[in-house]
Design a protein around this ligand. Structure first.
Ligand SMILES: Nc1ncnc2c1ncn2[C@@H]1O[C@H](COP(=O)(O)OP(=O)(O)O)[C@@H](O)[C@H]1O
Ligand SMILES: [Ca+2]
Length: 510
């Protein structure tokens, strides 16, 4: 009787203990989850900002970037927060309006001041890079170029940011930084080698090439086959990024941006005329009068200079794609090459390798022509689009595209045909390789262009070595904490059950 009472008391006690323990563990788990969710939130991110001004030949754009300070050496973390296009022409055309530069810059710089929190203004680096327009001016009139750059620096210093320099970048830098931008945004630099691909095959880490078309220059940059890296050392750049070596080919063609190419074409076309030029690259019914001084003031057209008895020319559109193509073809001299292969004008070009991202005017023009969304984006498709587009009368086009700037609209036939000629005759993209060219404007909301790569380099954000991997993320930490707590609870309950059960069993056996 005593024994039965005793064992009932024990059973009742252990049941209560189990309930109390189970309840306490349940509360502990809820508390852990609550603490994990509330207290273990990552510290407020320390965001850094940077501003780059791309002073192009046709206009200036301002890009505002942001990134978490503690992740700055990772690839792909810098994001474009905003961008702003400065109203007016490029800085190379500002020589007569130097006193207006502050007004010229102010709208976009004020936007940057608004987007970037005031507490960060003083430590936000600002870089200005001027490209081919200033390169040309510098070659033509060094003093004037210096005056403009000094004035630009003086103006930018009036804003509350940390100006780290305004300079004219070289064509090689322009090409290289465009290549870095694309591959950074696509995460190509940190592609891991997989266990089944553990070889030294040079194709296993393929980066994308970069094709940039500006108004005054155009750049081609890519990682060629290893055997092709020795022929022309002046075209090679060597990088050690995130623990890997890259040998990259680049060339910048000054005067082959689309605006200077048009001037070249006109300067060549005028030869032997009486000042009236029937131009197949402009639409039927289109007319434009140009000063001869505007055509010949750039050094790009000097090779076609002659004394003319007229100081203006009249361009009369005669829309015809095939004739336009033939006239543009003449701008690319492919008759001599002292290397194993050349693009044009005797410039070395290794065998094309991998995919290419084509941006800036490559994209603007082909986007307008609806080619970027074409299902069969090859050369013949583009030729057919252009054949149809170039033949359309100017009046009809103007009515259809009321919102497009007349200057751009009138030049899309020329520009599209020029792009096709440049890729085909200039860089030798064939039917087979054409589909490796991808026309792009943005990758994950960041504009593709040299400016991001320029900032990454100047702020030392691309490390030579692969950064060490980070500890657990917040969500992984909470998950693991709850998971192991649950295992612990189950183990303790099981242990208690096993610890208590034998006493009844042994009792029963006895
Ligand atoms: N919406 C557009 N349609 C057509 N062309 C455009 C458009 N926006 C910009 N462009 C052209 O893109 C080119 C950009 O060149 P830019 O970057 O200023 O020169 P560069 O890089 O040679 O210094 C210019 O020829 C400009 O006219
Ligand atoms: Ca440009």
């Amino acid at each position: 009787m005593e024994d039965t009472k005793d064992s009932e008391l024990k059973r009742c006690c252990s049941k209560n203990i189990l309930i109390i323990l189970g309840f306490s563990f349940l509360i502990a788990i809820i508390a852990l989850i609550a603490v994990g969710m509330t207290q273990n939130k990552p510290l407020p991110e320390n965001i850094k900002y940077g501003v780059v001004l791309d002073a192009g030949s046709s206009h200036t754009s301002i890009y505002i970037y942001a990134w978490p300070a503690e992740k700055e050496n990772d690839t792909g973390v810098v994001r474009q927060l905003d961008e702003c296009t400065v109203k007016g022409p490029g800085i190379s055309k500002q020589a007569e309006y130097l006193d207006d530069l502050e007004m010229y810059m102010s709208e976009c710089m004020e936007k940057a001041m608004h987007v970037i929190p005031q507490s960060h203004h003083q430590d936000t680096p600002v870089y200005l890079g001027a490209t081919a327009g200033m390169r040309l001016l510098s070659a033509e009139n060094r003093t004037q170029a210096r005056i403009i750059m000094d004035k630009v620096t003086h103006t930018l210093n009036k804003f509350p940011f940390d100006l780290r320099g305004a300079r004219i970048i070289t064509g090689e830098e322009e090409g290289a930084y465009g290549w870095i931008t694309i591959n950074y945004l696509m995460g190509e630099f940190t592609q891991k080698s997989s266990w089944f691909n553990f070889n030294t095959d040079e194709n296993s880490f393929e980066t994308s090439g970069a094709l940039d078309l500006g108004g005054a220059s155009t750049q081609i940059t890519f990682q060629p086959f290893l055997n092709d890296t020795y022929e022309s050392p002046k075209n090679m750049l060597y990088f050690y990024l995130y623990g890997k070596y890259y040998s990259v080919y680049t060339h910048s063609f000054l005067c082959y941006g689309k605006d200077q190419a048009l001037l070249q074409k006109l300067a060549k076309g005028i030869q032997g005329t009486n000042g009236i030029l029937y131009d197949p690259c402009f639409h039927d019914g289109y007319e434009r009068v140009m000063n001869m001084s505007d055509i010949f003031k750039t050094s790009c057209t000097q090779k076609f200079y002659m004394a003319y008895p007229f100081n203006q020319i009249k361009i009369i559109g005669a829309g015809n794609y095939d004739k336009c193509y033939a006239s543009l073809h003449e701008l690319f001299n492919t008759s001599f090459c002292f290397y194993s292969s050349c693009s044009f004008n005797g410039v070395y070009l290794p065998k094309l390798k991998g995919n290419f991202g084509a941006f800036s005017a490559f994209y603007y023009v082909l986007e307008f022509l609806n080619f970027t969304s074409s299902e069969v984006p090859n050369k013949d498709t583009l030729a057919n689009i252009l054949r149809e587009f170039c033949s359309r009368p100017w009046n009809e086009l103007k009515k259809q595209y009321k919102n497009i700037k007349e200057n751009y609209l009138s030049e899309y036939c020329f520009a599209g045909t020029y792009i096709l000629t440049l890729l085909h005759k200039g860089y030798h993209f064939t039917m087979d390789t054409w589909n490796r060219v991808h026309f792009m404007d943005k990758i994950q909301n960041s504009s593709v262009g040299w400016s991001l790569g320029y900032m990454l380099n100047l702020t030392n954000m691309i490390p030579a070595e692969q950064p060490v991997s980070r500890p657990l993320s917040n969500s992984t930490y909470v998950f693991l904490m709850v998971f192991f707590s649950l295992i612990l609870v189950v183990v303790v309950i099981l242990a208690l059950l096993i610890f208590h059960k034998p006493s009844y069993i042994w009792k029963d056996i006895a």
